[in-house]
Design a protein around this ligand. Structure first.
Ligand SMILES: [Zn+2]
Length: 119
């Protein structure tokens, strides 16, 4: 079998497959269309330097938008009153979802006003 060195077909494939090729934050389904699949990436639930960062359990399937939607999350944990201690991967996803959703909501409002086709 051919070896791929990119994320979608290579090193992230197992994680994306485990998560059903669905973004854990917004639910975008990479099995539904090529464009959706091509928008997928993997998202680390723990920051650089954390001993478990690169364990597959702590990496999830996320679309590129959600992956970058709250990229100050790790740096702002303390300010937001959050902690990573003793949280399961599912709990880490839930904790991160709030910031991702805030950005999605703000972009959605912009999209509705300025981008979406008007009937
Ligand atoms: Zn997403």
């Amino acid at each position: 079998m051919k070896k791929y060195s990119d994320s979608l077909r290579g090193y992230a494939f197992k994680v994306l497959q485990r998560d059903g090729f669905k973004c854990v934050y917004c639910g975008l389904d990479g099995t539904a269309s090529f464009d959706a699949w091509a928008a997928m990436s993997w998202d680390h639930l723990l920051p650089k330097g954390h001993p478990q960062r690169d364990e597959e359990a702590y990496i999830v399937c996320a679309c590129n938008f959600c992956n970058g939607a709250d990229n100050r999350y790790f740096g702002q944990l303390e300010r937001r009153g959050l902690s990573l201690l003793d949280l399961s991967p599912a709990q880490l996803v839930e904790q991160r979802r709030a910031g991702v959703q805030r950005t999605r909501d703000a972009y959605h409002a912009f999209w509705s006003e300025k981008v979406a086709a008007k009937a």
